[in-house]
Design a protein around this ligand. Structure first.
Ligand code: SAM
Length: 209
């Protein structure tokens, strides 16, 4: 069955993903948050996990040496590849990777970042453990996602996490070996209008290996 967490759902959304100005603004805000909280530099090798069409990495690309962009959705990766080619970008490379089912890659990264992806993955502890393993010594993880919400963000048919409680997520990160864990609010999304309008903050968790 296709659900709001399935690869088919993201394959089908890929062509129109960048048409949404909120997704564009969200990626730029998260990029600003990462740059203000992490000393990123032109010698660094980064991994974006759950990259979609690469909105966040396009904003960070001028400041990093190399970025691997990983996603499980072929549709997202096809759109990403077209954008990399059209923009003649030489330091971004895509790969199909699902850390839930695939073996861990051998590479290690100075920086790993992920935006609005972790709430689609059931096993948060397993995911954070894998991301910790993929970081080089003293590397940084930047995890941006929804704060805990009442399920109205995705609505019916969604089987992932209804956002994350910051304290609980920080405790999981600590339990798999992360340190210096900090949170900031980097963006706010709104759904609905007038008295029905509801706000969904997006946090950025920064942690060190
Ligand atoms: C809400 S989208 C966010 C895309 C992009 N980060 C952005 O903010 O525009 C979630 C992305 O995570 C990817 N994804 C979901 N589960 C995944 C998994 N297990 N492994 C890799 N990617 C996954 C989806 O294919 C999708 O591209």
């Amino acid at each position: 069955m296709e659900t709001l967490t399935s690869t088919h759902h993201f394959d089908a959304s890929a062509r129109t993903w960048d048409c949404d100005p909120v997704k564009q603004a969200r990626a730029l805000a998260v990029a600003e948050g990462i740059r203000s909280l992490v000393p990123i530099g032109p010698h660094m090798h980064a991994l974006e996990y759950g990259c979609g069409t690469g909105l966040l990495s396009f904003a960070l690309q001028p400041h990093l040496e190399h970025i691997s962009l990983a996603d499980s959705s072929e549709g997202m990766l096809a759109v990403l590849e077209e954008k990399i080619t059209a923009n003649r970008i030489t330091n971004m490379h895509s790969r199909q990777l699902d850390l839930v089912t695939d073996p861990l890659p051998a590479e290690r990264y100075d920086l790993i970042y992920t935006l609005m992806t972790c709430h689609h993955i059931q096993d948060t502890t397993g995911l954070l453990r894998n991301l910790h393993t993929l970081l080089a010594s003293s590397g940084h993880l930047c995890l941006a996602d929804l704060d805990a919400e009442d399920g109205s963000f995705h609505g019916q048919g969604f089987s992932g996490h209804n956002g994350f409680d910051r304290g609980a997520l920080g405790a999981i990160a600590e339990s798999v070996g992360f340190r210096d864990i900090r949170f900031a609010t980097v963006f706010r999304m709104t759904k609905g209008e007038g008295p029905d309008a509801k706000e969904y903050p997006v946090f950025l968790m920064v942690a060190r290996k």
